[in-house]
Design a protein around this ligand. Structure first.
Ligand SMILES: CC(=O)N[C@H]1[C@@H](OP(=O)(O)OP(=O)(O)OC[C@H]2O[C@@H](n3ccc(=O)[nH]c3=O)[C@H](O)[C@@H]2O)O[C@H](CO)[C@@H](O)[C@@H]1O
Ligand SMILES: C=C(OP(=O)(O)O)C(=O)O
Length: 417
């Protein structure tokens, strides 16, 4: 096991390249198994979740050739083997195997997903979608057995706006007979990315990125080549880190439109931001205004940036209120920030954050974005060394973190525990 060591207090300066989006990659990889022939994915992030998915596909009989940011997946010899345990328990997005295998083989047995469990994360809307398409879903010792004689199109209204359920239903419905509509669908850019890949494979999906998605099922899908969109959460994290360290950073290889909510909030605080075609320059200032932040579904402020943002909000002159309307209790980073001297109270689904200094401490990342929050806090601390354990969570979502931060002038390294 390794820990992350940070000697903070240095403004970040320079340019950071953003890799492909984790939340796209781990949906596009299972989407590829719907194809009869090889799919090539470019701009792939080098993350532990991607490595685990690669192993899962190989266990199912696919051939996977992964070389840095490119992966070629040949699923022609794939079978729908039951996967009640093992790698599927290590990541959240293993639930996409349910929709993908159901679409291709009409049957899947997959253990309940793992990943970051900062609070209960039900998948009832995924199940509702599969059942509407004609599948029976039974729970067998903690694994879901999903089976259909035939998948047929259906009209599905999601009770909650869910990224995972929207994508999972798209995967299965793209091989159903007839037309499926998803109402109250999630609108995240990653959903458009998955629809783009599926359409390149021969699917007929319209409306991705709006609240109504129409999927006309097809008999077969075929190989293609697809480049993954940039990771807006990774980009937002570096933007926050630049502001928090009063630095001057160009965040490159991004789609600025995907970053509008974080850009607007940073500007409201007093951070100077310059948008270019594919990059954003963030220039930190000495003093920041306190602001209120509401984490919402896209295009609102992303819940995945809520934890990193809470570290930045300790640097304002007043009191900020940060409320998460997506997850009611995503605050596992707060007790760790308390160890670093932060003055934060959690009330219901809000964190009330009073500006003040942070000090170095030994802290533990208990999930991916809690880890990102602690990294930002460690970069802010003016003296001493912050030690962060639980690095394996951070590796789920930030590739080349130490190299990227070091190139920006941070003093950060990994050390064996
Ligand atoms: C792999 C991936 O893409 N993960 C992202 C995805 O997770 P994920 O797709 O799992 O999150 P959802 O969008 O499904 O969850 C949104 C809300 O709906 C609830 N819900 C969801 C499904 C369901 O069947 N029933 C239900 O009640 C959840 O508990 C949560 O409160 O979107 C989240 C919200 O933007 C992000 O934090 C995650 O980074
Ligand atoms: C919660 C996250 O990921 P996952 O849904 O894969 O656990 C995240 O990316 O912040």
């Amino acid at each position: 096991m390794e820990k992350l060591m940070i000697a903070g207090g240095r403004p970040l300066r320079g340019t950071v390249q953003i890799s492909g989006a984790k939340n796209s990659a781990i949906a596009l990889i299972p989407a590829a198994i719907l194809s009869e022939s090889a799919v090539t994915l470019d701009n792939l992030p080098e993350l532990s979740d991607v490595a685990i998915y690669t192993e899962i596909l190989e266990e199912l009989g696919a051939t996977v050739d992964w070389n840095h940011d490119r992966m070629v997946i040949d699923p022609s010899r794939l079978i729908s083997r039951p996967m009640p345990n093992g790698n599927v328990k290590k990541l959240r997005a293993s639930y996409y195997l349910m929709g993908a295998l159901l679409g291709r083989f009409r049957e899947a047995t997959i253990g309940m997903p793992g990943g970051c469990n900062f609070e209960p994360r039900p998948i009832d809307q995924h199940i509702k979608g599969f059942e509407a398409l004609g599948a029976s879903v039974t729970n067998e010792n903690g694994a879901l057995h999903i089976k259909a004689k035939e998948l047929h199109g259906a009209k599905i209204y999601l009770d909650v706006v869910s990224v995972g359920a929207t994508i999972n239903i798209m995967l299965a419905a793209s091989r159903a007979k007839g037309v499926t509509t998803i109402e109250n669908a999630a609108k995240e850019p990653e959903i458009i990315d998955v629809a783009t890949l599926l359409n390149s494979m021969g699917a007929k999906i319209k409306g991705a990125g709006t609240e109504t998605i129409r999927i006309e099922g097809v008999d077969a899908l075929y190989g293609c080549r697809h480049s993954i969109i940039p990771d807006r959460i990774q980009a937002g994290t570096y933007m926050i880190a630049a502001a928090a360290t009063r630095g001057d950073v160009i965040v490159d290889n991004v789609i600025p439109k995907h970053l509008e909510a974080i850009t607007a909030k940073l500007q409201e605080m007093g951070v100077h931001i310059y948008e270019m075609d594919e990059s954003i320059r963030v220039v930190g200032q000495t003093d920041y205004e306190s602001v209120d932040v509401k984490a919402l579904v896209y295009p609102g402020f992303a819940t995945d940036l809520q934890s990193p943002m809470s570290s930045l909000l300790t640097q304002t002159k007043g009191v900020s209120i940060l409320t998460d309307y997506v997850y009611s209790n995503r605050f596992k980073h707060i007790p760790e920030l308390h160890r670093m001297g932060a003055r934060i109270k959690v009330e219901g689904r809000s964190a009330i954050i009073e500006g003040g200094p942070l000090t170095a401490a030994k802290v533990k990342a208990t999930d991916l974005r809690a880890g990102a929050a602690l990294v930002i806090a460690g970069l802010i601390v003016p003296d001493g060394i912050t030690e962060i354990t639980g690095v394996e969570y951070i590796d789920r979502g930030y590739d080349h973190l130490v190299t990227n931060l070091s190139n920006l002038g941070a003093e950060v390294w990994r050390q064996h525990e």
